[in-house]
Design a protein around this ligand. Structure first.
Ligand SMILES: [Fe+2]
Length: 265
C-alpha cells in the first residue's frame, strides 16, 4: 500500500517532535503493509509554512535514517496545502507543495466548519492549468457532510477526493464514518490515506480501512485501486485508473452545465 497523506517528518508541523517518533511511525507503517509514504507536512495554513525544498531536504535526511535502521520504507516529498487567499497563484508559482513534486497533483485542505469564499474559482483555476487538486478528508468537513453535491461538483470539475482511513473505520465518529461510506458508494472517493500524526493515536495504518472498503464496495479490485493503484499513479503524475461505476447525478451533467455550475451561473 502507498500512503499519500502522512505527517511523518519531525519538527515540521503538528506531527512527530523527534526522529525517534518518526522512526516508530515508519516501523508501524511497514508492519501494516505500507511500503511508500508521501510526507505531507501542513503548509500555507497561517501556522506552518513548509516550502517544498524544505520538505525535500527533510525527506532526504529521514530516508537516510530509515535506511541506516534497515526499515524498508520509501519516502517521497509532498505537502498538505491549506486553502488560503491566492491559493491557485501560490501553487502555480511554486509556493505550495505537489505530491512527489510532480507539478500535477496537489493536496488541498479546507477548514472543517466553512467553505471559503471563492473556493470553486480557485480550484477551477488550478484545473485549467492541468493541476489536479486532491480534496483531503472532506468527510470530516461539516459543509460537505451536509451536502455531498458540493463535493460532487468539485469531482465533476476534475478534483479528486482523499478519505482518511480512520474515518472509514469509525474512529472519527459515526457522522464522519457515514459520510465516508456514502462517498465511497457514490464513487466520490479516489484515494484513502492515513493522515497519520503519530505512532499511536493517529498512526500510519491502512489495512483495517482497506478491509472495510473491500466490504463496502464488494470488490477487492476497487479497494486496491484506492489504497495502491491510484496513489501510485498520482505519485507518478499519471491519470488515475478509470472508475468502474458512475452514480452521482452531477457526474452525468454535460460539460457545459458543469462549467456553469462551477462559475455559479
Ligand atoms: Fe493532514
Amino acid at each position: 500500500m502507498i500512503d499519500l497523506h502522512c505527517h511523518i517528518l519531525c519538527n515540521m508541523d503538528d506531527g512527530p517532535d523527534c526522529m525517534e517518533e518518526t522512526v516508530a511511525m515508519a516501523m508501524r507503517a511497514v508492519d501494516d503493509g505500507i511500503h511508500v509514504i508521501v510526507a505531507t507536512p501542513h503548509t500555507l495554513n497561517g501556522v506552518y509554512e513548509n516550502p517544498f525544498d524544505r520538505v525535500v531536504r527533510a525527506v532526504r535526511q529521514t530516508q537516510e535514517i530509515l535506511n541506516q535502521n534497515k526499515i524498508p520504507l520509501k519516502l517521497a516529498p509532498g505537502g498538505e496545502n491549506h486553502f488560503c487567499t491566492g491559493l491557485s497563484e501560490k501553487i502555480l508559482n511554486g509556493h505550495g507543495c505537489f505530491v512527489n513534486g510532480n507539478g500535477r497533483y496537489a493536496l488541498v485542505e479546507f477548514p472543517f466548519h466553512t467553505l471559503p469564499v471563492g473556493y470553486r474559482e480557485a480550484l477551477f483555476a488550478l484545473s485549467m492549468q492541468n493541476v489536479v487538486p486532491i480534496i483531503v478528508h472532506p468527510e470530516r468537513s461539516i459543509p460537505f457532510q451536509q451536502d455531498l453535491e458540493l463535493l460532487a461538483e468539485l469531482v465533476a470539475m476534475g478534483c479528486l477526493v482523499q478519505l482518511t482511513a480512520m474515518s472509514v473505520t469509525g474512529e472519527f465518529g459515526k457522522r464522519t464514518m457515514r459520510c465516508a461510506h456514502e462517498l465511497l458508494k457514490q464513487n466520490l472517493a479516489h484515494v484513502i490515506a492515513s493522515d497519520a500524526h503519530s505512532s499511536e493515536n493517529r498512526a500510519p495504518v491502512l489495512s483495517a480501512a482497506m478491509e472495510a472498503v473491500a466490504d463496502i464496495l464488494k470488490s477487492n479490485v476497487l479497494a486496491k485501486a484506492l489504497f495502491s493503484d491510484n496513489p501510485r499513479r498520482i505519485m507518478e503524475g499519471r491519470d488515475i485508473a478509470p472508475l468502474a461505476r458512475i452514480t452521482s447525478d452531477v457526474r452525468r451533467m454535460s460539460f457545459s452545465r458543469k462549467i456553469k455550475t462551477f462559475l455559479g451561473e
